[in-house]
Design a binder for this molecule. Structure first.
Ligand code: ADP
Ligand code: MG
Length: 637
């Protein structure tokens, strides 16, 4: 006996709306139907454990089949099934009212990131791709009759009991709409299954595949004698899409390093480099969250990671866009987070304000900091080895997250140009006796490139100072941040001034040149360089220092750096010329010689040679000037 019914809704025809406004995301129909099939199977297994479902459950694989000729996709499960009453209740009443509520609430706020599965809209997502949907089902309940339901996308449906189904469970048959025939391609469906269903907890079969196994003969002959040739035969086996027991659902105690590494490969098959280390997350109060985060080797550049953290809800893939769910700096990591407590049914802009999301975020941040601290304490040498690869991550976290800063300040390292590592406290104690200036300020010298600032680093190291290597893109920001945090510490780049001015002590060396001599020399030197670019300054350095030096005031350089980082947004500084100081060491014998040189031509060329050398050591001598310098040098030799 067949009954027809009308789905009880006010919105006259809901399917066109569902179809239209979720269109950009219509592929998720498969995730919804397969996860319903998995739920039904899990429920049956639970019932069996409680003794409610009797007998052997048999094969409980979920199967997906595509039939191009009849233009159908079938999702089959051997789960608990539904009776006629249950279909009327769960499919046509509850699920449908959920769908209606959803559409009413969100039809004005079209948002691609809305996840409809958690709105009881899961089943009806089928109508995004199907013009007609059929359900064939047989409940596990004793004496249950099989049932057939059919709906063509209007609120009218038909339901009838049928006699010819003997298999427990449910088949969902989708008659694919004409504009969705791409879903009738096996490759398309397999791709979607691998994307959304890769770690569902029940085996999912999609067709069969051929594989080679040792043949029986070769097994036998191997027993008899070792000479037996390896014989293999090709067999057809089920093509299982998923790994039902992914590492994050297992106990950390049951997993080896190798297990974590191979799971990493499973997540990112195109990734050939092993991760540095991992964190296994496992929380059940006050929210549910499991997962594994991996630290990859990071380059010095902050770039959008290609292999991103994947978000799951009860092993169903939701998204790999975790923006707003975890703090930005954590998106540099890889791995999975699985939480049924992240409200996936609301658009992302609401997520940030959500209390649960905030707690989850804070928790993950804390776990990550704890793990780093543990590694630091357990094996300092190993931690130092990994530091360069994780530095940008830690710095990013320290800049952007106050809580993380507090924890990380204990284990974050700075590295000197000599390759030594210090914690912040260690470094402070180490340089306090030497690098405190006459105003009791602690001066931290840094270099951004050992190659380019070599002469300046050398001068500093000769004074017994340490120079920090700050060579990442984030370092300028990090320096700013640290200056705000560390008391009475200022950072200056080694080439910002002459070393004795960078760290001023009181012992002023006396000048060999008096004021009159300096005034005589000034125009000679100014004549050798561009006036717009260089300010000539006389300083009483030691005889051992270079005769002339080019320095760049810290403030000017930072302005330039910030401007570059900001992509030229601060237009004003973009047009700021590069200004340098040309420091003349009044105590160097060469300077006295220039002053005393009577022949004007000779004096000019001597001066030019000396200024060019200074420019050269800063990498500022280029083009024609460089060519002339080389010619002149050859003549001098
Ligand atoms: P949800 O899965 O969030 O409950 P759905 O719209 O996906 O919402 O499904 C509605 C209900 O229909 C389910 O809760 C379940 O009771 C029933 N259902 C759907 N698919 C199946 C299935 N394959 N086997 C048994 N029951 C099902
Ligand atoms: Mg569902």
């Amino acid at each position: 006996m067949s009954t027809t019914g009308k789905i009880n809704v006010q919105t006259e025809n809901i399917f066109p709306i569902i179809k239209k406004f979720l269109y950009s995301d219509n592929e998720i129909f498969l995730r919804e139907l397969v996860s319903n099939a998995v739920d039904a199977t899990q429920k049956l297994k639970a019932l069996a454990r409680m003794g409610e479902a009797k007998g052997d459950l048999g094969d409980t694989k979920v199967e997906v089949e595509v039939d191009k000729s009849s233009k159908t996709i079938v999702i089959k499960d051997k789960g608990l099934g539904m009776t006629k009453e249950e279909i009327e209740k769960y499919i046509t009443q509850i699920a449908f009212s959920g769908a209606e509520e959803f559409v009413n609430k969100y039809k004005d706020k079209v948002d691609k990131n809305v996840v409809i599965g958690h709105f009881g809209l899961g089943f009806y997502s089928a109508f995004m791709v199907a013009k007609k949907v059929e359900i064939f089902s047989l409940s596990y309940k004793e004496g249950a009759k099989a049932v057939h339901w059919e709906c063509d996308g209007s609120p009218d449906y038909q339901i009838e009991e049928i006699g010819n189904r003997t298999e427990r469970g449910t088949n969902i048959v989708l008659h694919i709409a004409d504009d969705c025939e791409e879903y009738l391609e096996n490759g398309k469906i397999e791709g979607l299954l691998k994307k959304y269903c890769k770690f569902l907890p029940v085996e999912i079969k999609f067709g069969t595949k051929k594989t080679w196994v040792p043949s029986d003969e070769s097994l036998d002959s191997a027993k008899d004698d070792d000479k037996g040739e390896e014989k293999e035969k090709e067999v057809e086996v089920d093509n299982i899409i998923n790994n039902p027991n992914p590492a994050w659902t297992r106990k950390p105690a049951d997993l080896t390093d190798e297990d974590y590494k191979s799971f990493y490969k499973e997540l990112y098959p195109m990734q050939f480099e092993d991760p540095l280390f991992n964190i296994h997350l496992n929380v059940d109060y006050p929210f549910n969250l499991t997962g594994i985060l991996y630290f990859p080797k990071l380059s010095n550049k902050l770039e959008m990671p290609k292999d991103r953290i994947q978000l799951y809800s009860n092993q169903v893939f939701v998204t790999d866009n975790v923006e707003n769910i975890v703090p930005d700096f954590l998106t540099l990591l890889r791995g999975v987070i699985d939480s049924p407590d992240i409200p996936l049914n609301v658009s992302r802009s609401y997520l940030q304000a959500d209390g649960n999301v905030k707690k989850i975020s804070a928790h993950i941040t804390k776990k990550v900091a704890d793990k780093l601290e543990e590694l630091f304490k357990k094996d300092r040498a190993e931690f130092e080895k990994k530091w360069d690869d994780i530095k940008i991550f830690v710095q990013y976290g320290m800049i952007s997250d106050e809580k993380f800063y507090e924890k990380a300040a204990k284990f974050a390292l700075v590295k000197t140009t000599g390759g030594k590592y210090f914690t912040f406290d260690e470094f402070e104690n180490h340089v306090k006796p030497t690098q405190t200036d006459k105003d009791k300020k602690l001066v931290y010298l840094y270099a951004t490139s050992v190659q380019e600032q070599h002469a300046y680093i050398d001068a500093a190291v000769n004074r017994g100072y340490e120079v920090l290597l700050m060579d990442t893109m984030l370092d300028p920001h990090f320096i700013n941040h640290l200056e705000g945090k560390l008391k009475d510490v200022s950072f200056v780049r080694v080439d910002a001034d002459t070393i004795d001015k960078l760290i001023k002590k009181d012992d002023n060396t006396v000048s060999k040149l008096n004021e009159e001599q300096q005034n005589k020399l000034r125009p000679v030197i100014e004549g050798a360089v561009s006036k717009e670019q260089f300010m000539v300054q006389f300083e009483n350095l030691s005889e051992k220092d270079a005769p002339m030096l080019v320095t760049r005031p810290e403030f000017m350089r930072r302005m330039k750096d910030m401007n570059q980082l900001g992509g030229g947004a601060m237009g004003f500084y973009g047009t700021m010329p590069d200004m340098y100081n040309l420091v003349v060491n009044t105590n160097h014998p060469l300077i006295s010689r220039i002053l005393e040189e009577g022949n004007e031509e000779k004096q000019k060329s001597l001066t030019k040679q000396a200024t060019d050398l200074a420019l050269l050591s800063q990498g500022l001598l280029k083009g024609e000037n460089l060519t002339n310098f080389i010619k002149r040098s050859v003549e001098l030799i």
